[in-house]
Design a protein around this ligand. Structure first.
Ligand code: 13P
Ligand code: SF4
Length: 347
């Protein structure tokens, strides 16, 4: 009886810790995280944090995953670039990547001796799934001598077929550094248009040859939504991810990576912000900037949201085969060159 009461006290203490972090965070448009939600999460966060220590594991969480993962169990939270760097430098035995498949695959490529687990299993990404390595090689054959960049949201085989990969945080600088006045960029057709516009603005224009698709979250935003936000909130600052269309980005005050948007808000003297990105980023801003207001204009990435406390716990205790990341060694070696080139060019 006493044992049970003691256990309940530990769970309540953990729930209060979580609630202290999450009470400002939206669960949907009209609901915030409640103490009851945190009480339901607490047994899992306690168990995951204990298993993590016992197994010398580290948990990396992308900002688009749910706040109970981001603030309850993650050792590092961030954007694609920051998490790839953390994975590359990690001394842990196991890397648990709460994100989508291409992110966990990148972690395995960069640190192949580690066990890499992804709670969500084969969680795709509409961009990464839009083009194959074979299609990229065919495109390159049509444009001999033209350098090729791929967005990190791509498969290992696509990375292997390109000279370097980029993230949303370094895409413009790396595109500018590539030789010649033509550039192949895959697989984000919207980002390709944003690159062309930015390089023209910088006075170093290039013809961008692109193929692939778009992000099924960011391609939904429309310029009319930005105009509507400005009419409703005259002092609003509107921020967008470069996976949004050129027409949308032209209407915004800032366009950048998820980390770039976090930094913009932290430094801004503005009080109200409109976010054209995924809900998880707004959740981070709500948690970290209680003095500022965030207007939702957000989408939800169903791939990122496949990660949960339950499947993170399961992956640590007894991973299912689809939660264990492996990459063909020949493809991994070639893809690694393209990712390492990014680290070199991002300096
Ligand atoms: P960031 O690298 O900016 O976090 O973007 C990753 C992503 O998938 C955005 O949709
Ligand atoms: Fe892919 Fe879009 Fe989801 Fe990012 S938000 S992981 S680009 S589907």
């Amino acid at each position: 009886m006493l044992r049970t009461l003691e256990k309940e006290a530990v769970v309540m203490q953990e729930a209060r810790r979580l609630y202290g972090l999450l009470h400002r965070v939206s669960k949907s448009q009209n609901e915030k995280w409640t103490l009851e939600d945190c009480l339901a999460a607490a047994p899992y966060t306690l168990a995951i944090n204990r298993f993590k220590k016992e197994q010398n594991a580290v948990i990396l969480a992308h900002s688009y995953t749910t706040p109970d993962l981001v603030y309850g169990v993650a050792d590092f939270r961030g954007d694609s670039y920051e998490l790839a760097l953390q994975a590359r430098e990690s001394a842990a035995d196991t890397i648990v990547f709460a994100g989508v498949w291409f992110m966990a695959e990148t972690a395995k490529i960069l640190n192949p001796s580690k066990k890499v687990l992804i709670p969500a299993g084969k969680a795709g990404c509409s961009l990464a799934d839009s083009i194959t390595g074979e299609q990229v090689r065919a495109l390159r054959a049509k444009h001999p001598g033209v350098p090729a960049l791929c967005y990190i949201n791509s498969s290992a085989d696509v990375k292997a077929a390109c000279d370097a990969c980029v993230t949303s945080g370094n895409v413009y600088d790396i595109a500018q550094k590539m030789p010649g006045d033509k550039l192949i960029f895959v697989p984000d057709m919207f980002m390709a248009e944003n690159i062309a516009e930015e390089l023209k603005r910088r006075g170093t224009p290039k013809e961008i040859i692109s193929d692939g698709g778009s992000c099924c979250v960011h391609d939904k935003f429309r310029p009319s939504e930005v105009k509507q936000l400005r009419l409703q909130y005259p002092d609003i600052r509107v921020l967008a991810h470069p996976e949004c269309s050129l027409e949308v980005c032209r209407e915004c005050d800032y366009v950048g990576s998820t980390k770039g948007m976090l930094n913009y808000v932290a430094k801004s003297d503005g009080k109200i912000f409109g976010l054209l990105t995924e809900q998880g980023l707004v959740n981070r801003l709500e948690a970290e900037h209680p003095d500022k207001q965030f207007v939702w204009s957000c989408g939800v990435c169903s791939y990122m949201k496949k990660n949960s406390l339950i499947n993170t716990f399961g992956a640590l205790v007894e991973p299912r085969p689809e939660q264990v990341v492996s990459v063909d060694e020949t493809i991994a070696a070639q893809a690694k060159k393209s990712i390492e080139k990014m680290f070199e060019l991002a300096q």
